[in-house]
Design a binder for this molecule. Structure first.
Ligand SMILES: Cc1cc2nc3c(=O)[nH]c(=O)nc-3n(C[C@H](O)[C@H](O)[C@H](O)COP(=O)(O)OP(=O)(O)OC[C@H]3O[C@@H](n4cnc5c(N)ncnc54)[C@H](O)[C@@H]3O)c2cc1C
Length: 361
């Protein structure tokens, strides 16, 4: 982990915190989120200096995303989307794809998005792949849909998506750039919260994709190798949100009474889980066996729910007063995202139960 990489400056913290409510409840400022992250120079966190980054590794990105998530989950999710796309570019052997958009991604001039829920569910045998690829002379022609993708800015994006080759075979992973004829972005989805996350559906109608768009011919091993970093950065969303709710609970009046012990216990547990995550996320251990990371993700999701309950109970009736405690209401809505983002808790429960059955067989 880098010691030189910048933590959030006061000015970044203020900017992010001030916009948190409006980014959660309205889409109007959606176009400002990525430029704000770039302005505060956060997109280079945990990337090699030789490639324009601030140095360090994915653990620095986890720490930074968690800190942003403690202020605004919408901003942190946009940060995650950008960083997760960059993570997949790093893992790809396709240098041409990397060179094409690397600098623009680090400057926040193009938005990076990951439309990989479908393939993650596909690999858990939950659903079929929803994009089909027909080979063509210079690449492929794609048809299908990505029903949920965030950080698809109308100003320009590139999205990682998995596609099913015609006639069968392993799914491939491609980087699809906005502007390709036949790639149609829906209007923003009408979300409960995180409304400025630029979340939309993408329809693909005979989209001609060039060969340089291919990130991995064999999707499953590629996704598996990148999974610890991808999920680790996703866990940072829960860490930041739980941290903020527990801090608010500790400051609330009720925390002086019987809740105090539970708040301290939850804070200790959160620090332990964060340390376990940072300890395991590098190296091959969780590439070979991802179940400990799945278990951490589940524990963190449970901790987020617990932290919100503690904040609510420590704040009491004031939590219900929008004009006095808007941050609580925002966090309450933000927390609804944690169990359903892929891999969802339901999916992980199934995966871990299967893993336990295999181990004991
Ligand atoms: C604000 C927001 C932003 C998003 N951004 C993105 C994005 O950028 N990229 C992206 O790819 N996706 C994104 N998603 C999608 C998200 O990651 C989940 O895939 C989606 O919310 C869950 O899919 P679903 O609604 O189709 O669940 P369903 O498929 O309807 O399933 C419902 C629940 O049951 C579980 N489930 C279904 N079948 C099984 C089974 N057989 N075994 C175990 N569990 C099962 C699912 O995991 C889910 O929890 C976003 C979602 C939201 C709400």
């Amino acid at each position: 982990m880098s010691t030189s990489s910048p933590l959030l400056t006061d000015s970044a913290r203020t900017d992010i915190a001030q916009r948190a409510y409006v980014l959660d409840t309205q889409a109007e400022l959606a176009s400002t989120v990525l430029p704000m992250l770039a302005h505060h120079d956060l997109l280079r966190t945990g990337l090699p200096v030789a490639q324009g980054g601030h140095g360090g590794d994915v653990r620095d990105a986890i720490a930074a995303i968690a800190e942003v998530a403690s202020l605004s989950l919408t901003t942190a999710f946009v940060f995650w989307s950008q960083r997760a796309f960059i993570h997949y570019l790093q893992a790809s052997g396709n240098e041409a794809a990397r060179e094409r958009c690397w600098d623009a991604l680090l400057r926040g001039e193009i938005a990076g998005a990951v439309g990989l829920s479908n393939v993650i569910k596909f690999l858990s045998r939950i659903e079929a792949l929803q994009v089909q690829a027909k080979p063509q002379a210079q690449g492929w022609s794609l048809d299908g849909v990505l029903p949920w993708v965030s950080n698809v800015r109308s100003q320009g994006f590139v999205v990682a998506a998995a596609v099913q080759p015609e006639g069968g075979g392993l799914p491939m992973v491609m980087a699809l750039e906005s502007g390709l004829p036949g790639l149609v972005r829906s209007p923003d989805l009408d979300l409960l919260g995180m409304r400025a996350s630029n979340t939309a559906a993408l329809q693909l109608n005979q989209v001609a994709v060039p060969a340089h768009a291919l990130l991995a011919q064999a999707g499953p091993p590629y996704l598996k190798a990148a999974r610890p970093g991808f999920l680790g950065m996703q866990c940072a969303l829960s860490i930041g949100l739980a941290r903020a709710a527990l801090q608010a609970a500790a400051q609330g009046g009720g925390a002086r009474g019987p809740l105090h012990g539970r708040v301290v216990e939850a804070q200790t547990l959160l620090s332990q889980i964060e340390a376990e995550l940072l300890d395991g996320v590098l190296g091959d251990r969780w590439v070979a066996d991802v179940s400990p990371l799945f278990a951490l993700r589940m524990r963190l999701a449970g901790l987020v729910q617990q932290a919100l309950q503690l904040e609510l109970q420590a704040t009491g009736g004031r939590a219900y007063l929008q004009d006095q405690q808007p941050d609580f209401g925002r966090r309450w809505r933000e927390s609804a995202f944690i169990p359903i983002v892929t891999p969802s808790l339901t999916q992980l429960e199934g995966e871990l139960a299967q893993h336990a059955a295999q181990v004991s067989a």
